[in-house]
Design a protein around this ligand. Structure first.
Ligand SMILES: *Cc1c(COP(=O)(O)O)cnc(C)c1O
Length: 221
């Protein structure tokens, strides 16, 4: 199947409240162009350098999302153009995004990443930390960041029941904080190629899909 066919099949299966980020990491701009020419405009990368390079080579009407881990010293490179930063995992990082965004007078939308998986390696706030965040609202004085919702990654496993429980848990947190934050807290980013159908059933509003659109990634070039 072609990129356009894959995209079309996934898009027609998404509920209307759910957006698709096409994850283009490791793929060259030729491949991204196939999705662009099929009408898609929302793309995600997990590395700052790759995101900037592709932003510069692709048409300007694309909405670029950073979906991966972000280091403080790289914030300044993406703040001028990024549509949504998914992986904010500390108040310090949020402050740095605010600082860089203030300099250029641009409000940047962010999601807080919550650690929902069993693996040790995934970044994010744990339950206590995220509850503390919404209790104290450390972003209330940060005028140039807009915390739009939560992002999470399930455990990498065949155990679909575990994945479902992890997504359910994230949705429950999201609903709790939405009550505090109101209607502009409206994005729940969960689900990738292997688990986005479960994520949608559990209330995802934004899925991040790479290999199911572009095929397997080759990390050798
Ligand atoms: C790579 C990546 C995805 C997409 O993964 P696929 O399995 O190719 O769909 C989604 N989210 C994040 C954070 C990623 O790094």
């Amino acid at each position: 199947m072609s990129v356009a066919q894959n995209l079309n099949e996934i898009k027609t299966s998404l509920p209307p409240h759910c957006q698709l980020v096409a994850v283009t990491k490791t793929h060259d701009v030729g491949k991204i162009k196939e999705a662009y020419d099929a009408g898609h405009r929302v793309f995600g990368e997990n590395k700052v350098q790759e995101l900037v390079a592709k932003y510069e080579q692709m048409p300007p009407d694309i909405q670029w999302h950073l979906i991966g881990h972000l280091q403080s010293n790289k914030v300044k490179f993406i703040v001028p153009f990024v549509t949504l930063i998914h992986g904010v995992d500390s108040v310090k990082l949020l402050q740095e995004i605010n600082k860089q965004a203030t300099k250029i007078d641009r409000v940047v939308d962010c999601l807080l990443q919550v650690h929902i998986a069993k693996e040790e390696t995934k970044f994010g706030f744990d339950d206590e930390e995220i509850i503390e965040f919404f209790r104290t609202s450390p972003d209330k004085d940060l005028a140039f960041v807009n915390v739009r919702g939560l992002m999470g990654m399930a455990t990498f496993t065949d155990n679909t029941e575990l994945i479902r429980q992890e997504f359910k848990h994230l949705k429950k947190l999201f609903d709790e904080f939405k009550r505090i934050r109101g209607s502009h807290f409206d994005i729940l980013s969960m689900g990738m190629s292997s688990d986005f159908r479960i994520a949608i059933e559990e209330g995802s509003t934004l899925v991040r899909v790479g290999s199911a659109i572009f095929g397997q990634r080759n990390y050798n070039h």
